[in-house]
Design a protein around this ligand. Sequence first.
Ligand code: FES
Length: 86
Amino acid sequence: MSEKSHTITICMGSSCFSRGNKKNVHLLQQYLKERKLEDNVLLKGTHCMDQCDKGPMMEIDGELIYHLTEESISEILDQKLGLTSL
Ligand code: FES
């Protein structure tokens, strides 16, 4: 099996989850599916990352991304994964 090129870890702690990541995790899955990136990107959930005041948050390839919104998530993914918008 080939290694994934990117790793996304989304915080599923109760604070981030209730403030947007419940929806954002679905948007992430949809984003990866639409762009056929599921084989290249490892998507993981994690417990509280101890920075709830900056949540909802996720990590892409070791870089922490704060204050995620439904509106910003695909733009952030485009940038971080080196893609252009559909
Ligand atoms: S719940 Fe996400 S940082 Fe605490």
